[in-house]
Design a protein around this ligand. Structure first.
Ligand SMILES: [Zn+2]
Length: 401
């Protein structure tokens, strides 16, 4: 059994210990120490990493009463070792974790929302609330949490020997299934709850608390939040983003949103105008196509390559050329690729049959049946000649059935 030094002093970044066990494990070694300040993967947060003697510790896990440090080399049991945590990582995690206590207290105090889940990753943390909170409510939680952080209240942990001893302590949350002795973490003047992890000593050490996203989750809310340097670097990134948008619009940051809005409206208007222009153009194109249709035994045959017409326009154009008996085969040349559409009316031949010939001629992919088929291919050398060959084929199909 290892004495857990992190329960006594969360700011301990180095300590001396004696190795009590060493076992090979997954290409490394599991070390056990007589005492340790390394916090394991536990309670939704990642473990501490660091060094034990010359060994690098990359993972720490609990197994019952035992605490195993995953090391890159073996150390003989009985060896006295100096140990050091990656304390920047530990402190960052303590900031997020203590921030979670404070945010949870504020959600509970302001809206009666209980924290029902916590996860701390190395770049963000989430806490889950059991009831929905409005956007304004989330801002209120943030504001109160930051005010309480600025009051720099003491954060203390105390161990109670029995459940009896806990009576009279106004707990926000009592984790289920805990056996005495129970550790209560208190933020002076506000929060008290059961917790086994290390915390910062005063709320001021949390730094800024920022909820960056709050989305509906399991009937409540999942809040993604950042504390301390994480909140600062998020603010810096957001500032850089808004600055680059503002620069692009040659305006001040404060005007960036209005500039984006204005451009979105202009784009929407331009798209509408373009649609209207295409509609007028396609009306003209359709009548030109109809005028050049070839009469093959009473069927109007149109075969034509068009420049960069999208699939929807191609379909509309083909539709507009339909007469009592018609076969229209339209190709759209976009430079790199060619798309094609076959439409018919009043003839027996199935378009599924004809598109097979087009697919073969262009090495393309396409399908369809009845009176409509469409496909596309990489634009081949000599597209015009290939299409003229297909025109002859379509003409023969119409002539001979
Ligand atoms: Zn805690």
């Amino acid at each position: 059994m290892t004495e857990r030094l992190y329960l006594l002093d969360s700011m301990m970044s180095a300590f001396d210990a004696v190795v009590t066990a060493c076992e090979p494990h997954k290409g490394g070694y599991l070390l056990e120490l007589d005492q340790s300040a390394f916090f394991p993967n536990k309670g939704g947060q990642p473990c501490d990493v660091g060094t034990v003697g010359d060994a690098v510790i990359s993972d720490v896990n609990e197994q019952g009463e035992r605490l195993w440090h995953l090391a890159d080399r073996a150390i003989r049991p009985g060896t006295a070792v100096h140990c050091a945590l990656d304390f920047a990582r530990r402190f960052d995690i303590m900031q997020q974790h203590t921030g979670e206590h404070l945010l949870s207290y504020c959600a509970w105090h302001l809206f009666g929302a209980q924290n029902v889940g916590f996860h701390c990753a190395l770049s963000y943390a989430t806490l889950d609330l059991d009831k929905p909170v409005s956007h304004e409510g989330i801002t209120e939680i943030e504001n109160l949490a930051n005010r309480l952080a600025a009051e720099n209240a003491a954060v203390t942990a105390k161990i109670y020997a029995t459940e009896e001893d806990l009576k009279g302590i106004p707990l926000r949350k009592h984790a289920e299934g805990l056996e005495a002795p129970i550790r209560i973490v208190t933020i002076e003047g506000s929060d008290a709850c059961t917790c086994c992890a290390p915390h910062v000593r005063r709320t001021g050490e949390i730094g800024q608390l920022k909820i960056v996203e709050a989305i509906p989750y399991k009937g409540g809310m999942r809040c993604t939040f950042l504390c301390g340097m994480r909140a600062l670097s998020h603010a810096q990134r957001m500032q850089d983003t808004v600055t680059s948008i503002a620069l692009r619009f040659s305006t001040a940051r404060e005007q960036a949103e209005a500039a984006v809005q204005k451009q979105a409206e202009e784009l929407s208007n331009a798209k509408r105008e373009l649609r209207q222009a295409y509609a007028a153009l396609d009306e003209y194109l359709a009548s030109a196509l109809k005028a050049e249709a070839e009469d093959v035994k009473g069927t109007k045959l149109i075969v034509r390559i068009l420049d960069g017409v999208d699939a929807k326009r191609l379909r509309n154009l083909a539709g507009a050329t339909m007469t009592d008996k018609a076969l229209s085969v339209l190709f759209s040349d976009t430079g790199e690729r060619v798309s094609y559409l076959l439409a018919s009316n009043g003839i027996k031949t199935d378009m599924g049959l004809l598109i097979a010939a087009v697919n073969t001629a262009l090495s393309g992919n396409g399908g369809g049946r009845g009176t409509l088929a469409q496909g596309s291919a990489k634009k081949p050398q000599g597209l015009s000649e290939t299409v003229e060959g297909l025109r002859t084929y379509f003409r023969n199909v119409l002539l001979h059935g």
